[in-house]
Design a protein around this ligand. Structure first.
Ligand code: MG
Length: 418
C-alpha cells in the first residue's frame, strides 16, 4: 500500500497580502523570505470611521502591535502611518479559488479547508514527488511567483499532523515543517497540551483535571478515562495524542456548499397569537443558524413560511438582506417583519424558516458588527453545550413559555414521539 504524505498550506495574512500584491508600487521592495519588506497595511471594516475593525494586517503592521479584530483608531495610535484599505471580499475569494486550483493541478488529492488554507496529499517517494520538503517548497515558490503571497506548509503522515506541523511552520523561517512518520511522537509529545489543534476548551480540561501539561502526558492517559470525561471526543483525543488521525481528504467538501438551510415544524394545535408564532419562529431560526455555523456558512436570503389551520393555504415569503450572517439576532426582526406583512390573522398550523444564498463564514463582513469576534465565542460555547447535552440544555427563556416547541421536539425522534 502506498503511503501518502499529507500537507496543509496556509496563506500568510491572506487579505492583507492580496491587497499588497495588487499594488504594483510595492513589487520592487517585497522579498519572499523577508515579510518585513511589506508595507504597513491593514484591511479594516470602515476606514472612514476610526471605530472600524482590523480584519487583516501585514506582518510589518503586526510587528507594531496591530492585531486582527482591533479597532482602527487603536491601530492608528500604534502606527500612525498605517495604510488602511477597505475589504474587497470578492477579490480575495477570486484569489483563493485560483490558489486552490493551482494546488488541485499539482496534487492527486486536494481539499479546501478555509478561504486561505488547503489540504493536499501525494504518494510518498513517487517519481513525481520524491522529496516532501522539496514538493512543499515548489508549491510555496509557485504561490509566491504567481500571486506574490507567502505561504506556510506543514507535512506529516495524516491530516491532523499536517495541521500541527503547519502551526510549527508559522514559527519557522522557511515556513516548511515536515514530521516523517518515525519522528512524529518525539516532535509531538514535548509540545504543550494547548498546542493540540482542534481541542479548544478541552485542552484546558486536560490540563486542570488530568494534570496533563504536554501532549505526551495526554498520551499516557488511559482511553477509558478520556472516554468517561469527553464521550466520543475521548477517542479522538487519544488518537491524536498518539499521532494518529484517520480522516481523509474530501475534494468535494468545499466545492459543493449547501444551497441553503431550512427547518420546519408542524404545531400540535393552531396558533392565533402573533407573539406565540414569533416564539416558534425564533426556535426554528436558532436551529437553522446553528446548522449554518456548523457548516461555516452564513447567508443573506431569508424566508418564512406558514401553513394555515386545517393545513389549507399559507404563504412563503423571502427577502434579501444587505449582509451575510449566521446569528439569529441579525435575522429575526426581518423575518418578523416579513411575517407581519403577509399574515392575514388566520390560525397557523406549521411554520418554516429558511436561509440561503450562502457564503463561507470567512467572508462574513465583520465590520458590520463591532462585537462579532466575541459573539462567535459565545456561539461556540452554546453550540458545544447543544452538542454535548442536547438542544434543551440551553434554551431561550421564551422557549419555556407555552408556545415553545423546543421541549416537545426534543422528545421526538425523526418527527415522532419516542
Ligand atoms: Mg492564513
Amino acid at each position: 500500500m502506498t503511503q501518502y504524505i499529507y500537507g496543509l498550506c496556509d496563506m500568510q495574512s491572506f487579505y492583507a497580502s492580496c491587497e499588497v500584491a495588487a499594488r504594483e508600487r510595492y513589487a520592487a521592495i517585497r522579498e519572499e523570505f523577508d515579510d518585513r519588506t511589506d508595507p504597513p497595511l491593514v484591511v479594516a471594516g470602515d476606514p472612514a470611521r476610526r471605530s472600524g475593525i482590523i480584519l487583516a494586517a501585514t506582518p510589518t503592521a503586526k510587528h507594531a502591535g496591530v492585531k486582527n479584530a482591533m479597532r482602527l483608531g487603536e491601530a492608528l495610535q500604534l502606527h500612525p502611518a498605517l495604510i488602511v484599505v477597505r475589504p474587497h471580499m470578492h477579490f480575495y475569494l477570486q484569489v483563493s479559488v485560483r490558489i486552490q486550483e493551482l494546488m488541485r493541478r499539482i496534487f492527486p488529492l486536494q481539499e479546501q479547508f478555509s478561504v486561505d488554507e488547503g489540504f493536499f496529499a501525494f504518494p510518498a517517494g513517487s517519481a513525481l514527488f520524491p522529496h516532501p520538503e522539496e514538493v512543499a517548497r515548489s508549491l510555496q515558490a509557485r504561490i509566491w511567483d504567481q500571486f506574490r503571497i507567502r505561504s506556510r506548509i506543514g507535512l506529516g503522515p495524516n491530516k491532523w499532523i499536517a495541521k500541527m506541523t503547519n502551526a510549527q511552520a508559522k514559527k519557522t523561517s522557511g515556513g516548511i515543517v515536515w514530521w516523517p512518520e518515525g519522528r512524529v511522537l518525539q516532535e509531538l509529545h514535548p509540545l504543550p497540551v494547548e498546542a493540540m489543534w482542534g481541542l479548544k476548551r478541552r485542552a484546558q480540561i486536560l490540563r486542570v483535571e488530568f494534570q496533563a501539561s504536554t501532549i505526551g502526558d495526554v498520551a499516557a492517559i488511559p482511553i477509558g478515562r478520556l472516554r468517561a470525561r469527553f464521550g466520543v471526543w475521548g477517542e479522538i483525543i487519544y488518537r491524536w495524542s498518539h499521532g494518529e488521525d484517520f480522516s481523509g481528504i474530501h475534494p468535494e467538501s468545499y466545492d459543493a456548499p449547501h444551497k441553503g438551510f431550512s427547518h420546519r415544524t408542524t404545531l400540535a394545535r393552531d396558533y392565533y397569537e402573533r407573539d406565540q408564532i414569533a416564539v416558534v419562529m425564533l426556535e426554528l431560526l436558532d436551529e437553522v443558524c446553528y446548522r449554518l455555523r456548523k457548516a461555516h456558512q452564513c447567508g443573506r436570503h431569508i424566508g418564512v413560511g406558514v401553513t394555515y389551520e386545517r393545513m389549507i393555504g399559507g404563504f412563503f415569503k423571502a427577502k434579501t438582506l444587505s449582509y451575510y450572517t449566521n446569528a439569529p439576532e441579525d435575522l429575526y426582526e426581518a423575518l418578523l417583519a416579513l411575517f407581519d406583512q403577509h399574515w392575514d390573522g388566520r390560525g397557523v398550523r406549521a411554520v418554516c424558516i429558511a436561509v440561503d444564498q450562502l457564503r463561507t463564514e470567512d467572508t462574513m463582513q465583520l465590520n458590520l458588527f463591532a462585537d462579532v469576534p466575541k459573539r462567535k465565542q459565545l456561539y461556540a460555547v452554546l453550540d458545544e453545550l447543544h452538542e454535548r447535552y442536547g438542544e434543551t440544555s440551553v434554551m431561550r427563556a421564551v422557549s419555556l413559555t407555552p408556545a415553545g416547541q423546543l421541549r416537545d421536539r426534543s422528545h421526538k425522534i425523526g418527527g415522532h414521539f419516542a
